[in-house]
Design a protein around this ligand. Structure first.
Ligand code: RFL
Ligand code: PHB
Length: 391
């Protein structure tokens, strides 16, 4: 049987960052990932890094490509009532965000891991977790037709919402807090010039829309869609027409349709599992919680979990015993709930809720108008968006 100190399940941002932080502190770890590295890197995911997340990457000495290629955004735009309004993140909070794809960040972390010769096992199948409620946990898995066992001190479940780590815990051992939303997001990636230099979040009676980007010549745009919609129902033409209809005229005029490179639909969900620790198993990132993407918080939460969990392991191995490990779940959950509240609030502010009546719609309108007539309200939103008030 092989042995390591921390066995990490999942090579997403949470798992790879945790691995990098532990390695820097001299703690041995192995990462086990269900998919191939190409499959992980091909997934379309997040695009916004909070400054705190970027600082963590810098601390690891891995910020080279990020600092070279990321776009610095000092503000975001919110479009409603036919006009684009600017939220001056830098002026209101003193901080900006970075536009840098999760794929790029994951690639940087994977290359650094490979260059340091750290073990990452891709395409691990039939992974199972054993004895994490005792002193000697271990993992069992298949890889390239061979069976393997990996003994460890701790298991970090960084395997996303549909992973095996949380699913291995008896349901009576934790509580879930959950909210579904009566709509999804349809996302399109295309080679086109972004219609505006900053992200445009649009509230419209036809539904929410978002124009984001990956660099200066590629757009990532989203439309609120029905949960029953299928990608095949959305031709490129229909997508761009609908996006035009939901944007303010200035943004719409600057948006040129282009063939889609990727198109996918995802449901929106808020979810928290409590606690995030079960004996020698710890959950981090989407494995323990989900937020709707409206606030751009998911990847940043995964990074903050990795930071806190790494610190708990470091304190433990430096002889500080149980207390550091015991703190992780409570500390992470406090932060997670702040991000849940923020993401839920942004979602409620900007989407069209099919079950809302005229009263609810007028309140939403009043809330948006209040936001752009109150610097205090803008400051609250800006501090949340850059992650300042959520840590
Ligand atoms: P991930 O990235 O899902 O990685 C988990 C990894 O675990 C692997 N895995 C397994 N490995 C071994 N054995 C098993 N049995 C396994 N089961 C699963 C998976 O293959 C995978 O590689 O979770 P992690 O690391 O917690 O990271 C979370 C983020 O990926 C997620 O929160 C964000 O992408 C959310 N999100 C956004 N977050 C932001 O901070 N800013 C954004 O702008 C933003 N936009 C988004 C988003 C998520 C989106 N989707 C598609 C859900 C936009 C979208 C469209
Ligand atoms: C993205 O670029 O994919 C993105 C940006 C901001 C969000 C969600 C997604 O709130």
């Amino acid at each position: 049987m092989q042995r390591t100190q921390v066995a990490i399940i999942g090579a997403g941002p949470a798992g790879l960052l945790l691995g990098a932080l532990l390695h820097k502190a001299g703690i041995a770890n192995q990462v086990l990932e269900l998919h191939s590295s190409d499959e992980v890197l091909a997934r379309m995911r997040a695009g916004i890094l909070e400054p705190g997340t970027a600082a963590l990457i810098d601390e690891l000495g891995l910020g080279g490509a990020m600092r070279r290629d990321a776009l610095i955004h000092a503000g975001i735009a919110i479009s409603f009532g036919g006009q684009r309004h600017r939220l001056d993140l830098q002026g209101l909070s003193g901080q900006s965000v970075l536009v840098y794809g999760q794929n790029e960040l994951t690639r940087d972390l994977m290359s650094a891991r490979a260059a340091a010769g750290l073990p990452t096992h891709f395409q691990t199948e039939q992974l199972s977790l054993h004895d994490f409620d005792g002193e000697r946990p271990y993992l069992r898995y298949q890889r390239l037709g061979q069976s393997h066992e990996l003994a460890c001190d701790f298991i970090a479940g960084c395997d996303g919402f549909h992973g095996i780590a949380r699913a291995s815990v008896p349901t009576r051992a934790y509580r879930c807090f959950e909210r579904g939303y009566p709509f999804g997001w349809l996302g399109v990636l295309a080679d086109a010039t972004p219609p505006h230099e900053e992200l445009v979040y649009a509230q419209h009676e036809r539904g929410f829309a978002l124009c984001s980007m990956r660099g200066r010549s590629r757009v990532r745009c989203y439309l609120q869609c029905s949960l029953s919609d299928k990608v095949e129902q959305w031709s490129d033409g229909r997508f761009w027409d609908e996006l035009h209809a939901r944007l303010d005229p200035a943004t719409a005029a600057a948006l040129r349709p282009a063939p889609s490179l990727e198109k996918s639909i995802m449901p929106l969900r808020s979810y928290v599992a409590e606690p995030l620790r079960f004996g020698r198993l710890f959950l981090a990132g989407d494995a323990g919680h989900l937020v709707p993407p409206t606030g751009a918080k998911g990847m940043n939460l995964a990074a903050a979990d990795a930071r806190d969990l790494a610190q708990a392991f470091i304190d433990h191995y430096r002889g500080q015993g149980e207390s550091a490990l015991a703190r992780y779940s409570e500390q992470a959950l406090r932060r997670v709930w702040r991000a849940e509240r923020f993401s839920w609030g942004m979602t409620r502010l900007l989407h069209h809720f099919p079950d809302h009546n005229g009263f609810d719609q007028r309140i939403q309108q009043a809330e948006l108008e209040h936001l752009f007539s109150s610097r205090a309200a803008q400051t609250v939103l800006a501090e949340g968006y850059v992650g300042q008030s959520l840590n």
